[in-house]
Design a binder for this molecule. Structure first.
Ligand code: GDP
Length: 452
């Protein structure tokens, strides 16, 4: 997610040497590169200008702290400025029961998928009983999509293929699903390829009939600035209450994410980070800022781990990491746990220093192959992977129906993971380990992750 921007910003920050003190000259040099990084990530030029102005003035006014490197100080200032850029007064939904949410957006923005993702999230995290009401009467596939995905996630879905009056569908759907016990109603409305009068007039009519608590605009982050323009025009026409930014997992350059709040004034409330219905998260400005800076998102990772990892297994893993005793057998066991947490790419992108490590969809597809390769090793080889050379390599490749280069690729991936394990053995790692054990939980001191 946002790898491109992260890469550019971290490269820009490399120009400040770790042990040099802040001077106007090195600040200016670094910020010139950061400005370039933001512009090439398609961030609105006005946003970039203001951002650099704020960071520069804070850097110059910064009290010199002897014990902290110039780079860490600038990173901290940029991190805070990024949070300010992304933060709204409230990034959460109205806390109401029943809660009526209307989803709007252009065709293809991810509206229907996000409706189901939102229902799933509100059900699992906020204990709502959500109902999805299909108000897109122009695209029959949208109704089907809502039904298939919604029912798969055990949500109530209402549709009426014989009715074309959208306000009536919404009204009937509300009554029927309320009778079924729903206390959160998500209305999936029609989209168009572009904003036009018909679309706006239909949304306005529906808005007047439903009187929603939230109108969430679904915007495709891959469209960059165009997503921001679309959001602004929808907001002017129907007064939205928030944004769902989708496809942040793809090639999104970051422009939409970083410009959206400044330009539209609307809070980003959720983000879509994949096609599956669980690839959807609350939008946390502090975590996004730390991802952009390549600092990883330790808090998200720990939360995900706590949700999915078996506690006993996690404790065993934590002990192994502490003792630098993590071998291929553990890797194999962890793969089983990790599979529950999401894609390998999404997990590594949240780890400190790992956002640029290329463990992604490809490796994901190779998961089965990886399992076969590890299973073809002897217990001793699993414990001592450096033995895997020459005839041992050929034997493992043959045994797993793969080629030597596949085995080598796996060993390389494992060595990257070992590096990461070593990396998190410092004081930051202790916190991660403790968190995995469930002893620290939310009390992670994020501040120290930047400065320690
Ligand atoms: P709608 O026309 O706005 O209702 O759009 P859909 O919900 O049908 O989504 C359009 C396409 O985008 C589908 O193929 C979705 O699977 C995909 N999609 C939606 N959200 C995301 C996301 O966050 N990440 C990725 N990679 N794909 C998404």
């Amino acid at each position: 997610m946002l790898e491109n921007l992260t890469q550019k910003v971290t490269d820009a920050l490399k120009s400040i040497r770790v042990n040099k003190k802040l001077t106007e000259a090195n600040i200016e040099l670094a910020l010139k590169d950061v400005r370039q990084a933001l512009l090439s990530a398609d961030v609105h030029f006005k946003v970039v200008k203001e951002f650099i102005r704020v960071v520069q003035s804070k850097c110059v006014g910064q009290r010199i702290i002897e014990s902290i490197s110039a780079r860490d100080q600038v990173i901290k200032i940029i991190n805070d400025a990024l949070i300010d850029l992304l933060q709204s007064e409230s990034n959460s939904l109205e806390n109401k029961r029943p809660l009526k949410i209307m989803m709007i957006g252009l065709h293809g923005s991810g509206k229907t998928t996000s409706a189901v993702k939102l229902a799933r999230l509100l059900k699992t995290k906020e204990s709502y009983k959500p109902a999805l009401i299909a108000c897109d009467v122009y695209r029959p596939a949208a109704i089907e999509q809502l039904e298939t995905l919604g029912l798969r996630d055990n949500c109530i879905v209402y549709s009426d293929r014989n009715e074309k009056n959208v306000a009536k569908i919404a009204h009937d759907g509300l009554i029927e699903t309320r009778n079924e016990g729903a206390n959160c109603f998500i209305f999936d409305t029609a989209g168009r390829l572009q904003i036009d009068e018909n679309l706006i007039s239909e949304i306005q009519k529906l808005k007047n009939s439903i009187i929603p608590d939230e109108i969430l605009l679904v915007a495709d982050a891959a469209l960059g600035q165009e997503a921001v323009n679309v959001a602004q025009r929808f907001h002017e026409a129907v007064t939205c209450t928030g944004i769902i930014l989708t496809k942040l997992d793809g090639d999104a350059r970051g422009g939409a994410a970083l410009s959206m709040k400044s330009i539209t004034g609307l809070p980003i409330k959720f983000m879509g980070i994949g096609e599956k219905t669980d690839a959807f998260e609350y939008f946390h400005p502090d975590r996004i800022a730390s991802r952009i800076l390549g600092m990883g998102d330790v808090v998200s990772l720990v939360e995900k781990a706590q949700e999915s990892i078996d506690q006993k297994e996690a404790e065993k893993l934590a002990k192994k990491i502490e003792k630098s005793d993590f071998n291929l057998e553990d890797f194999f066991q962890q793969m089983q746990q990790i599979k529950k947490m999401g894609t390998l790419g999404s997990i590594t992108s949240m780890m400190p220093g790992m956002s640029n490590v290329s463990i992604g969809h490809k490796e994901e597809k190779k998961m089965a192959q990886t399992e076969a390769i590890i299973s073809s090793m002897t217990p001793y080889e699993k414990k001592t992977p450096r033995l895997l050379k020459g005839s041992r390599l050929s034997r493992v490749a043959k045994g797993s129906g793969t080629q030597v280069k596949d085995v080598n690729a796996l060993l390389k991936q494992f060595s990257q993971m070992q590096k990461m394990m070593r990396m998190i053995q410092g004081s930051k790692g202790k916190k991660i380990i403790n968190s995995i054990k469930g002893k620290v939980g939310d009390s992670l001191d994020k501040e120290n992750l930047f400065t320690s």
